[in-house]
Design a protein around this ligand. Structure first.
Ligand SMILES: Cc1ncc(COP(=O)(O)O)c(C=O)c1O
Length: 432
């Protein structure tokens, strides 16, 4: 090319969740049977969708207007419905115009970082959900600015550490909170959330809060939404139907803008996100059309509660399975449908192996691990080849920690226990 056409952030875009899936596909083609614990898709993991929900969708599919464009911000009646819901639960008044539908939160993350001034940085959690950390890094063209979620403190961050990172980096303009958190399964305590809002107010920052797992909380914990304590701090809350309904294939999520008019710069930034969406004409009509009827259906809450009980049971089974193994640590997940196991420092290296009985699979994995890579990725490849379980290396979530994230989505308890047993045996063999 006569001109350099590579974006400054092109090197920051890695999504290991799908990277592991491609390796799993190759091994499946070699004849291995694989349990996919890498991706947070309840439907692909066998979650049956109830008949009443399908009936609501069928009704909508019969109407011609479902096939048309919808207003770019999203269907007014659905935005009115959501705005009323937030305003009734929270101390912040949300107008339908403060809501903007997106083609899933993936689209939203792209817009949020795509229209943020390159030199303005957002503190993102580490470990952190890859879509955010990669987008933050790509927008700035340098590694993400992070704060530390501490596995030795139940994955809670240290407030003083966050404040230091704000004070010693004047480029920091915002803080990202993922609550409940992916990949750790941590649920933010009310006081800590309140304290971070306090930091944002003190240092004149905005908050981005991903609440995609907001209603997937268990083990006696209650989730506090940002709307309850945001006060007058400018914020963007991200919600979606992908995980909760669950309908990830609908590509339907939305942003809620809080206190957009309290700061001129924030207002302009929000408007640039809205205008960018305007250029695309509109977002998905069908899921927006059915959203209120599904959330208001009398069977919705019981359906969700039953799913949450499943994730709670699996979170506790996984915690039991890994908590007493020397060399690894696990915090019990209290939300989301993931759990993360951490290898203690120094226990894994680039020489450990696992038995892989299938000769073709062994050769394939050995070829893969001959390239330089993080030690936990090497473990994940061996686990795939030797145990047939696909997990995501923790180091791919922008952290120096080593370990892996697995899903808690399996609906069959016996199968889930087989999966955790397989991983446990693999860890023991690998560390022996
Ligand atoms: C924290 C978090 N935010 C957003 C998303 C993506 O949501 P969507 O399907 O709406 O793009 C995910 C998907 O795993 C997630 O874990």
């Amino acid at each position: 090319m006569r001109k350099d056409i590579i974006h400054i952030g092109a090197g920051e875009l890695h999504y290991e969740i799908q990277g592991m899936a491609e390796v799993a596909n190759d091994l499946q083609r070699l004849g291995l049977s694989i349990s996919r614990e890498n991706i947070g898709d309840p439907v692909n993991k066998g979650q049956p969708l109830p008949q009443w929900l399908k009936m609501i969708v069928q009704e909508a599919v019969r109407c011609d207007e479902t096939y048309g464009y919808c207003p770019t911000k999203g269907l007014l009646e659905t935005r009115e419905y959501l705005a009323a819901k937030v305003s009734s639960e929270a101390r912040v008044a949300v107008h339908p115009d403060d809501i903007l539908f997106m083609n899933g939160l993936g689209d939203a993350v792209g817009k949020i970082f795509g229209f943020l001034k390159r030199t303005a940085r957002v503190l993102v959690p580490s470990p952190g959900y890859t879509t955010f950390t990669a987008a933050e890094a790509a927008h700035a063209g340098s590694p993400p600015t992070t704060y530390f979620l501490d596995p030795h403190r139940n994955w809670l961050p240290d407030l003083e550490d966050i404040e230091n990172r704000i004070m010693y980096n004047q480029a920091v303009a915002g803080i990202l909170i993922i609550n409940p958190d992916n990949p750790t399964g941590m649920v933010w305590p009310r006081q800590l959330l309140q304290d971070v809002v306090g930091l944002a107010k003190k240092h004149d920052l905005f908050i981005i809060c991903d609440e995609v797992y907001r209603n997937i909380v268990y083990n006696g914990r209650t989730n506090v939404s940002l709307a309850e304590l945001i006060g007058d701090v400018p914020a963007i809350v991200m919600r979606s139907i992908s995980k909760e309904m669950p309908w990830p294939g609908a590509r339907c999520g939305w942003l809620e803008f809080y206190n957009a008019d309290r700061d001129e710069g924030f207002r302009k930034y929000v408007d640039s996100i809205i205008n960018a969406k305007m250029l695309e004409v509109c977002s998905t009509t069908l899921p927006q059309k059915v959203l209120p009827a599904i959330l208001d259906h009398p069977e919705y809450r019981p359906f969700l509660a039953e799913r949450v009980r499943l994730y709670e049971k699996n979170a506790n089974l996984a915690h039991e399975a890994f908590k007493d193994i020397d060399g690894v640590m696990i915090n019990r997940s209290d939300g989301t449908f993931y759990t993360t196991v951490v290898f203690e420092e120094g226990v894994i290296n680039n020489a450990q192996t696992l038995t892989i009985k299938d000769q073709q699979a062994r050769r394939y994995v050995e070829e893969l691990v001959s390239a330089p890579m993080a030690n936990d990725k090497r473990f994940a490849y061996y686990l795939l080849g030797g145990g047939g379980v696909c997990v995501v290396p923790l180091s791919s979530f922008t952290t120096g920690l080593q370990g892996f994230r697995m899903t808690l989505l399996e609906t069959d308890e016996k199968k889930f226990c087989r999966i955790t047993d397989t991983i446990k045996s693999a860890v023991l063999e690998y560390l022996a």
